[in-house]
Design a protein around this ligand. Structure first.
Ligand code: TYM
Length: 324
């Protein structure tokens, strides 16, 4: 069976951008791929320097996958930091990664443009991401569009390695849902923890409703016709409610006489219909720390077994240890 692999950074609570852009499509792969979904906690360390928050967000990411139906016995759910082979591979791959490649990374260039302090971790982020993928021989990587460049870099790094040692690493394909554009946040920019504009998936209903009501809209008066497609609230609604309900709401908005508050309420209702039950399960799972720890322990063990088999071949190829 082919392998699908993807990760989420626990730098905050999982949000509906993660859900629509990656988690929902990734869950649909569970019948046709062996799925390896992990918590990219070392990646979160590039921005989050608070141990208890990082640990608690990691558990939230794990509980989110389970609440949405990932079966951890058929698939693998693990923490990146529980698989040290990934870090070892990251060093090896760094010797096959040109500085020019890293200089072109959007994430690094954005940080530079905003004059943020750039750590070596931010700069080498794409190498660790390549190691996450290549250590497991993933065939496909379901991601949102914002990760496309990272996947291209991973392919490039794998090809350089393979050029020296033969086809040892599997060159993965990105799996990007073409119909899911970048999901907008509260302010209309890309929903992102770093913009502080996210809608966390499993907020209590009252808090979720409050947040949905805060989504920015234009100030066209209620009676005037509106442009639904340009509004974040409508784009989000379409993903939760589906095409035909979205078209019905769009017609009302275009006709005038329907205010944005109506669209926000419709979005909240559609989110409750999609995620309400999963929120109950999420709470239960978060309340059972031992069970959650057990799932992650089991995932770590099985993930290490996979990664260490591949790493033994890599070590041999590059000339480490004995050749036998
Ligand atoms: P992260 O944690 O930022 O996001 C997790 C997944 O959610 C998708 N996503 C979005 N999709 C659409 N619209 C949005 N506004 C939006 N925000 C987030 C992301 O595309 C991603 O698929 N570098 C990765 C984590 C990672 C990884 C990996 C992924 C580390 N190693 C190896 C795949 C394979 C990241 O920061 O994702």
């Amino acid at each position: 069976m082919k392998i699908a692999l993807s990760g989420i950074k626990p730098s905050g609570l999982p949000h509906i951008g993660n859900y629509l852009g990656m988690i929902r499509p990734a869950l649909r792969l569970a019948d046709s791929y062996q799925c390896l979904y992990f918590i990219a906690d070392y990646h979160a360390l590039t921005t989050l320097h608070n141990g208890s928050e990082l640990r608690s967000h990691s558990l939230s990411v794990a509980a989110t996958w389970l609440a949405l139906g990932l079966d951890p016995t058929r698939n693998l759910l693990y923490r990146q930091s529980d698989v040290p082979e990934v870090m070892e591979l990251a060093w090896i791959l760094s010797c096959f990664t040109g500085k020019g490649l890293l200089d072109r990374a959007h994430a690094f260039k954005d940080a530079q443009a905003q004059q943020r302090e750039i750590s070596a971790g931010v700069y080498t982020y794409p190498i660790l991401m390549a190691a996450d993928i290549l250590a497991f021989g993933a065939d496909v990587v379901p991601v949102g569009r914002d990760q496309k460049q990272h996947l291209e870099m991973c392919r490039d790094i794998a090809q350089r390695f393979n050029h020296a040692y033969g086809d040892l690493l599997i060159v993965p394909e990105a799996l990007i849902q073409e119909e899911v554009e970048t999901i907008p946040g509260l302010d209309g920019r890309k929903m992102s923890k770093s913009y502080d504009n996210t809608v966390p998936m499993f907020l209590p209903a009252a808090q979720l409703r409050k947040l949905v009501m805060r989504i920015q809209t234009d100030s066209v008066p209620v009676e005037e016709p509106k442009l639904p497609e340009s509004a974040a609230v409508f784009q989000l609604y379409r993903h939760f409610a589906g095409a035909s309900d979205a078209e019905a709401l769009a017609e009302k908005l275009r006709a005038g006489g329907t205010g944005w508050a109506v669209a926000k309420q419709a979005l909240f209702d559609a989110m409750e219909a999609s995620l309400g039950e999963a929120r109950t399960r999420y709470r239960e799972i978060m309340g059972d720390a031992d069970k959650l720890a057990g799932v992650l322990r089991d995932g770590a063990e099985r993930a290490r077994a996979l990664a260490s088999a591949r790493m033994a071949r890599v070590r041999r190829a590059i000339g480490m240890g004995s050749s036998a």
